[in-house]
Every structure is written in C-alpha cells, then in structure tokens.
Design a protein around this ligand. Structure first.
Ligand code: SF4
Ligand code: SF4
Length: 58
C-alpha cells in the first residue's frame, strides 16, 4: 500500500494526474488514496517532487 505523509504534502496534484486508475482524491488540503482501487504501481511515489508518498509492503 501507499502511505501518505500528510504533514509534508503541499497538495500540488502531480500524483493525481499520473495515477492510471484515478484513485487519489485531492480536495484543497485533504489527500486520500482509495486502497481498494490502488494497484501499487508506485507511479505516484516516483513523481511526487517532495517525497510525500512511500510504498509500504504490507
Ligand atoms: S500506486 Fe499507482 S495506482 Fe496506487 S495511488 Fe499511486 S499511482 Fe495510483
Ligand atoms: S505529488 Fe506529492 S506533494 Fe503533490 S499532491 Fe501528491 S503527495 Fe502531495
């Protein structure tokens, strides 16, 4: 699964635009990932400019 360090996120939306299954929800200052839809492709982790997202093997 992908963990979000919410205190780091600056809500730029870059991760939202690359997610192939559109499972990242960003509303102003709230960001969430729908874990049921997420495929753990890690694209969002690679594109986040400030390393806010991390893959956690659970
Ligand atoms: S790991 Fe892939 S599917 Fe999951 S939120 Fe990130 S970009 Fe979307
Ligand atoms: S790319 Fe990173 S900083 Fe930008 S909205 Fe996504 S998690 Fe937040």
């Amino acid at each position: 699964m992908i963990r979000i360090k919410e205190d780091r996120c600056d809500f730029c939306g870059t991760c939202v635009s690359v997610c192939p299954v559109d499972c990242i929800e960003l509303r102003e200052t709230v960001i969430k990932i729908d874990e049921k839809t997420c495929t753990d492709c890690k694209l969002c982790v690679y594109v986040c400019p400030i390393e806010t997202l991390e893959f956690v093997d659970e």
